[in-house]
Design a protein around this ligand. Structure first.
Ligand SMILES: [Zn+2]
Length: 453
């Protein structure tokens, strides 16, 4: 009897957890508009908190209506929205942000607190919700550190007009934003005289984008918008060179003290401009010939018009910002690093610490007979000069080139982390494809946005 009761309880538990995983019905909880929740993310490496700024009601909902819960389990943070009345999880999205990068720096470790502005875009709720934020712990579990009830009927929610001076064009349109990946490209540092230059720069990168797999095969899954707003100055901030410019989204080189890292802290300006188009992903097109960029998962992508590397910069950074891919490159001098704690499996789909070689993360794509880990004469490669033709040639002549395996050296570490193929646009610089594992994951992300039932 006891046993039977126990089995019944187990079955009930299984049913409840299946219900909890089930995607909520859009119309039951939301109307077809966007709620933008602006807040400040404040803290250092030890403490962090959220302070709400302002809530907006803006435009149609661009995101998915069937996959309201994000089950990718990627990103340092998760926004989770619960229906207040029932406590049911009705929307979630994993992401990374500027603060998450700041908190790994030395100043943050020394206790210097910084505030970064962020926005959460969610479908507009019909009833009161609980807006919560979770942060990933070192062991990969998530910990809720903020929650606040929001009443969608509150008179304080801003329904005012959008900022003026933004010209929106549909560069490529394939259909209803609910079932497409909507990407907004924003002009940054282009003066009114440079409007034609912005469009020709964007056309060039879009050509590269739609010629790169898997975007090429999934072209009809995308809507592309250009948003032009004239900049007072041409270019962007380059603090180390003493150059500061007044530009629409306040982008700057030398982010977190790194010379080529280009990000913006002007999130509010960015979101005010982006609100002119329905978007799932936002890209900042920077009018600078200097090599630089950045891509933060489900946050934004930034890249410059470097004459040789412009397409590579965009495709690499978009791999981070759109699909949450990790960097596959490493420095041969760095054996291990703290970015990916030892003994913990990274959440990114294209990097593994290979804790269980029998159950490789991308096992399904592995050809039987490929050794794991996969030999690739790494010692020889590590002795060659960085970014040299010799290194590239090496990758093209090793035994397991073009095959999926587990190649040691990834995620900034020379040892203990593995990438799926010898080469990938997330590994070395150049106009080259994503590896097959990256490509397969990008397809999954596209399908997350385009599923219609
Ligand atoms: Zn890859």
């Amino acid at each position: 009897m006891k046993k039977t009761l126990f089995s019944v309880v187990l079955i009930l538990l299984a049913v409840f957890s299946a219900l909890a995983q089930e995607q909520p019905t859009f119309d039951a909880f939301f109307v077809d508009e966007t709620m933008r929740i602006d807040y400040y993310h404040v803290g250092d490496s030890k403490v962090e908190f959220i302070a709400l700024d302002k809530i907006y009601r803006q435009g149609t909902w661009a995101g998915p209506v069937t996959s309201l819960l994000d089950n990718f389990n990627n990103g340092r943070y998760y926004v989770k929205i619960y229906d207040s009345a029932t406590g049911r999880l009705i929307y979630s999205r994993g992401f990374d942000n500027y603060f998450g990068e700041y908190k790994t720096t030395n100043p943050a470790a020394e206790g210097i607190k910084r505030a970064y502005h962020e926005s959460a875009l969610i479908p507009y709720p019909r009833s009161k919700i609980l807006f919560t934020m979770e942060v990933r712990q070192r062991d990969n579990t998530m910990n809720r550190f903020f929650s606040q009830e929001i009443d969608p009927a509150s008179i304080e929610i801003d329904k005012g007009p959008l900022v003026t001076g933004v010209e929106v064009e549909k560069k490529f349109f394939s259909g209803n934003p609910h079932h497409k990946v909507d990407v907004a490209f924003i002009a940054e540092g282009y003066t009114v005289e440079e409007k034609a230059l912005f469009h020709s720069d964007l056309d060039k990168v879009l050509h590269a984008f739609f010629n790169q797999e898997p975007y090429k095969s999934y072209k009809d899954s995308f809507n592309i918008y250009s948003l032009f707003i004239s900049s007072q100055d041409s270019g962007v901030d380059e603090p180390r060179n003493g150059l500061f410019r007044n530009t629409p989204v306040e982008s700057s080189f030398n982010a977190l003290g790194l010379s080529r890292y280009l990000l913006t802290e002007g999130n509010k300006s960015l979101r005010n401009i982006a609100a002119h188009a329905p978007y799932d992903a936002v890209v900042i097109v920077v009018n600078s010939k200097r090599y630089g960029g950045g891509g933060i998962y489900n946050f934004y992508c930034v890249y410059t018009q470097d004459e040789i590397w412009q397409d590579y910069l965009f495709l690499h950074e978009f791999g981070h910002s759109f699909a949450g891919l990790g960097d596959e490159y490493y420095a041969s001098a760095v054996a291990y690093n703290d970015f990916y704690p030892k003994g913990i499996e990274p959440t990114e789909p294209n990097i593994t610490s290979l804790l269980d070689p029998q159950n490789l993360k991308w096992k399904g794509l592995l050809k039987p007979g490929t050794p794991v880990p996969t030999p690739w004469d790494k010692e020889l490669y590590d002795k060659m000069k960085d970014n040299s033709a010799e290194k590239q040639a090496h990758l093209e002549q090793i035994k397991f080139k073009g095959l999926i395996g587990a190649f040691e050296g990834a995620g900034y570490a020379s040892k203990g982390l593995y990438r799926p193929m010898a080469d990938c646009i997330m590994f070395t610089k150049g106009n080259k494809p994503y590896c097959k594992v990256c490509e397969a994951h990008i397809v999954k992300v596209i399908e997350h946005y385009t599923k219609s039932e």
